[in-house]
Design a protein. Structure first.
Ligand code: ATP
Ligand code: LTN
Length: 332
């Protein structure tokens, strides 16, 4: 039998998970668990590049693990782990930082954005963030890294670092491909259809843990369009709010845009918006309930992250040993 290809990704537990994270990232990961050997982790080391409240970080890390499982990432079939529990990430990151140029890191859009946002704390970690991300990826020799469009630049830098290392020492790292979904790659905010859905604009952001009444209210208040046409038609340029609602509805129901247009023919936004809300409520309800149940089962979650860290360390260590040997460190 042919060996399964490897897929790896992570999300920072720096905020509560939302519909954008679910449709843009986690749902796609979960849809592929049978076809790939998958590694999914909480990028907690990355979160401290911005100041975190320690108790919140712990709570969100556990909640994110519970949500990964509730979204369909079965810990038996996937390796689910917390980045900080696998020391090889920080170890490889140091080595790779010596094969990464200052100029390359200076060009990263996320660094430029975040350092503009947090002017009082432009720390070295914020600058070297992509090197840690390269280590996260290269340790597991993945074929694909499924991320939203915003992370593509970091995966490209990872490829450059890996190619540079390989050209000096031989084939140490597999060169990974970014894997960007076509549907759901960018879900926009319900109140700001020009910006991606983000926890920083909570009114327009549907959180996985929101209760049904809150979700219904957010959809009722969703911005549609100003042309008063009151007709459900897919036209992202002229009707971005409606197009966003249609893409959410399509993502959660599997219906095509034509089917959606037909379904709501002759009916206005007053019918369409609550229908999208209901479909999202139906999709998120089992996820929220299962996440709530799992959060209470501390013993189970502990078992998952312990086993996950063990499995991850075993693989990560193989790559790290190879790297240490190649660069000339004395082997035990
Ligand atoms: P913020 O809410 O502050 O913008 P975030 O939710 O984007 O942060 P990330 O950790 O950057 O947090 O994102 C995790 C994953 O979810 C990434 O793969 C990212 O591309 C994806 N993602 C985030 N927001 C969206 C969105 N609105 N639509 C589709 N995918 C998204
Ligand atoms: N930078 C990513 C999170 C992240 C990641 C990774 C994604 C950290 N390490 C490795 C894929 C692979 C983000 O901010 N979404």
């Amino acid at each position: 039998m042919e060996e399964k290809k490897i897929m790896l990704s992570g999300i920072q537990p720096s905020g509560d998970l939302h519909l954008g994270n679910y449709l843009g990232a986690i749902k796609n990961w979960a849809d592929r668990v049978d076809a790939f050997d998958c590694y999914y982790f909480m990028a907690d080391l990355h979160t401290i590049t911005v100041r975190q409240n320690p108790a919140d970080l712990r709570r969100r890390s556990m909640q994110q693990l519970a949500a990964y499982i509730a979204c369909g990432l079965d810990p038996e079939k996937n390796t689910l782990f917390l980045q900080s529990m696998v020391p090889q990430h920080a170890q490889l990151s140091w080595v790779l930082s010596c094969y990464t140029q200052f100029g390359e890191l200076s060009r990263m859009t996320q660094f430029k954005d975040k350092s503009a946002k947090h002017k009082d704390n432009i720390n070295a970690g914020l600058f070297t963030y992509p090197v840690l991300m390269a280590a996260d990826i290269l340790l597991y020799q993945p074929h694909y890294v499924p991320v939203g469009a915003d992370q593509k630049q970091h995966v490209e830098l990872t490829r450059d670092i890996a190619q540079r290392f390989n050209s000096i020492y031989g084939d140490v790292f597999r060169i990974p491909e970014p894997y960007i979904p076509k549907a759901g790659a960018r879900i926009y905010g319900l109140t700001t259809p020009g910006d991606k859905m983000s926890k920083s604009i909570p009114e327009g952001c549907v959180f996985i843990m929101d209760d049904p009444a809150t979700i219904a209210r957010k959809f009722k208040r969703a911005v549609t369009d100003s042309d008063r046409e009151n007709c459900v038609r897919f036209d992202p340029e002229n009707k971005p709010g409606v197009a966003n609602l249609m893409s959410i509805y399509s993502s959660v129901t599997g219906k095509s845009y034509e089917e959606i247009e037909k379904e709501f023919e002759g009916q206005g936004y007053g019918v369409f918006k609550p229908a999208v809300g209901e479909a999202v409520i139906d999709t998120l309800r089992p996820i929220r309930e299962e996440t709530e149940r799992l959060i209470k089962d501390k013993a189970y979650l502990e078992q998952v992250y312990r086993e996950g860290a063990q499995k991850a360390s075993y693989i990560a260590n193989k790559t790290l040993r190879k790297v240490y040997k190649k660069v000339g460190f004395v082997q035990i």
